[in-house]
Structure formats: C-alpha cells, structure tokens
Design a protein around this ligand. Structure first.
Ligand code: GLA
Length: 382
C-alpha cells in the first residue's frame, strides 16, 4: 500500500470521508554546510522520501492530527498558549501559528500524516513535516502565500517552537526540490538555480552512523553565535559585511586578536565553505567529479576540525571512504551524528559498501544503514 493510501484510509476511519492529500520531501546537501545562516550558498536537493498528509477543515477551532508513525493523536487550539505536549505536534502547531502571523487563515482541521524519511539520519524529516503542512494549509485555505514564505514558515517554526535557530536550507529544499536536480541557493539574496544532477559513472550514497547526539540544537545555536560574533568584529572595520559570508578571508585575519580562537576557527571554516560551493558548481558544469569529491573531503575536514560538528563515528566513516578511494565523502547536515554523503565511482560501490559495513560493525557493534540517494519533488498536492 502506498503512503498516500495509508493516510487516506486512516483519515476515513478516524474522521470519515476524505480530505486533500499533500506531500513534501526530506533533503540532502551536496556541499555548503552551516553557510545558510551566514548568508552564504548551499547546494541541496529534495529526496524521494518525505511526509504525506491528508487534511480537511472541520468547522471548529481545534486541530486534530493523527501521526501514523507515532501512533497517536494530538489535539490543540490555535492560540499561542495552546502549545501541544508532544514534540512532533509542536512542528504542526508552529506551522499553524506562523501561517496566522503572516496573515494566512487557519481554522480547526483534521489531519493524518505518515512519513518515510529515515529518522535521525540528518535528512530533515522535521522540514518535510513543516513543509507538507505549510503547503497543504496554504492550499486548503486558499491563502496564496508564495513558496519562500512557506519555507520561512517552517524555519520560524524551528526558531520559535522547537528551539533550533536553523537557516533556510532544509525548508527551502523541501519546498522547492525537483526530481533529478540539486539547487544552488544564495541564502542572502535568495537567488537560486536548478542544476541537473546525474553524475554519470558515479553514485551518491549516504552512510548513516546511527548516532544522534543530545544537545545538538544548543551546540548548533552556539556555532551560530560564534559566527555572529566574528561577523560583528569584522563589520566594525568593513561595514559592508552584513553576514559572515560577505567577509574576505583577509578581513577575518585582521580581527584575529579581537575574537576568541574558537570563533576564529568557526569563521574560517564558513568563509572557506562558501567558496567551495561555487567551486563545486563550476566543477559540475565541467563534469569534473574528482574536484567535486576533493572539495567534499575539504568540507569534512573543516566541519570536523574547525567547526567541530563531526564526531568519532563520522570521522571513522570518512576515513574508511578515503581508504576505499571513494571520490568524495563528508558529514552531511547539521552534524553531531547523522550520516556521511559519499560520491562513489560505480565500480567501487560494492567494495565500499561491504568494507564500510564490516569495518563499522567491527568497531561499533552495529551495521551502518546505507541509503542510496534518489532525488525527488518538493511540496506538492498528490
Ligand atoms: C541543519 C539546519 C540547516 C543548516 C544545516 C547545516 O540542517 O536546519 O539550516 O544550517 O544544519 O548546513
């Protein structure tokens, strides 16, 4: 049974009749990590798994949502003080509140949702959840909000109701994604460009460490503050620096003594990473995958040693990839666990997968999950 059938059947049995069904996607990111909230470039794409929701206004002022995956119902009102208990329901509540704050209409509705984004792998199941509801509510209530506003609704939900001061990348990819494409987004100007992604002779594969560190969101927010402090110091000399990504490497050098060593290293990583995204795009246009891969390794080094969002398991996976002559490999997403993204030549794929599985289970006592990347479409009605 498809997920669409599953949620529609559950909807009929809980609420009777049927609603309208929407879907949205999880995301990967080829390169450009922790650059979004620094006004830099990212290069994500939507994947073929996501969240599917059926919804229908119920004529009242209460929202009733059934989660197939958590096997439970949440009921809440739409006022600020009605924040639900269940963590998963807070994402939906946040989307409702943020839609209302932007002048959209949301009244009581019934919904059933289910997902197939692997949880905890850093594929942004939460952005998929937010985008599916943001998109669906926009359609059902005829609000006419544009796609960027829908992405912002998801991002503000994270900020205001879920405690992560994230950038726009995940929600952007989840709303704007297109099958067969990655999207380069300038997070300052919001200009974006679709790049067809079909690296002939290579495969993109995720290796999930299965690790999810507690306190990831406070560590994430700390990184963001480091970047803001560095940008502020640079701005005193170069007022045109609105975001850290506007800074030249040499300008960072000028403030080395004025900021902490930690903030300096974080900023050094970000400034390098913004350039790497552009270099990867150029390399892709030449089908130069060796360069793409080398830049991915550089990103891993930066995320691990300068930005310090990797962990032992992810560094181990990265080393194994190098040893297997994988073209490119790096920790993907916010870090502190989750997966590595690997660009692997076709003929090395089987050898890499079996080596990484056995080496990882020998060291950590469990096999890593392997997920082949299949791009998909972003938010849409089914
Ligand atoms: C998380 C955040 C994104 C982005 C990445 C790191 O996925 O939600 O906004 O900052 O981490 O690139």
């Amino acid at each position: 049974m498809s997920i669409k059938q599953l949620v529609e059947e559950k909807f009929a049995s809980l609420f009777g009749g049927d609603g309208r069904t929407f879907a949205s996607a999880g995301r990967i990111n080829l390169i450009g990590e922790h650059t979004d909230y620094n006004g830099g470039y990212v290069f994500p794409g939507a994947i073929s798994c996501g969240i599917t929701v059926t919804m229908r206004p119920n004529g009242g002022d209460t929202v009733r949502v059934w989660s197939v995956d958590f096997d439970g119902m949440s009921e809440f009102g739409l006022a600020e003080e009605d924040l639900p208990e269940q963590l998963w329901a807070r994402y939906i509540f946040g989307v409702c509140r943020e839609t209302l704050k932007r002048g959209g209409k949301v009244e009581g509705f019934d919904a059933v949702f289910a997902g197939d984004v692997p949880l905890g792998a850093g594929l942004s199941s939460s952005a998929a959840l937010e985008s599916a509801f943001a998109f669906g509510l926009n359609e059902v209530y005829g609000n006419g909000l544009d796609k960027f506003t829908l992405a912002r609704i998801g991002q503000s939900t994270e900020h205001n109701y879920c405690g992560t001061k994230c950038g726009i990348m995940d929600q952007f990819a989840s709303v704007f994604g297109k099958q067969g494409s990655l999207i380069r987004l300038n997070c300052k100007t919001l200009e974006y460009k679709y790049f067809p992604f079909n690296p002939e002779g290579y495969r993109l594969v995720l290796v999930d460490s299965g690790v999810k560190h507690q306190l990831a969101s406070s560590a994430y927010n700390d990184r963001r503050h480091s970047c803001e402090r560095a940008a502020e110091a640079i701005r005193k000399r170069h007022p045109e620096v609105e975001f850290l990504s506007d800074s030249k490497r040499i300008w960072l050098e000028e403030v080395r003594e004025e900021i902490s060593q930690e903030d300096f290293l974080r900023a050094e990583y970000v400034i390098g990473e913004v350039q790497r995204v552009l270099d990867v795009c150029d390399a892709l246009e030449r089908s130069d995958y060796e360069t793409v891969g080398e830049l991915m390794y550089q990103t891993h080094f930066g995320l691990s040693r300068l930005y310090e969002v990797s962990c032992e398991e992810l560094d181990f996976l990265n080393r194994i990839a190098r040893r297997c002559e994988v073209t490119g490999s790096r920790v993907m997403g916010g870090g502190f666990g989750g997966c590595t993204v690997n660009l692997v030549r076709d003929e090395l794929y089987d050898g890499f997968i079996s080596t990484v599985k056995s080496a990882y289970s020998e060291k950590y006592g469990r096999e890593p999950r392997i997920l082949d990347v299949v791009t998909g479409d972003g938010a849409r009605e089914l």
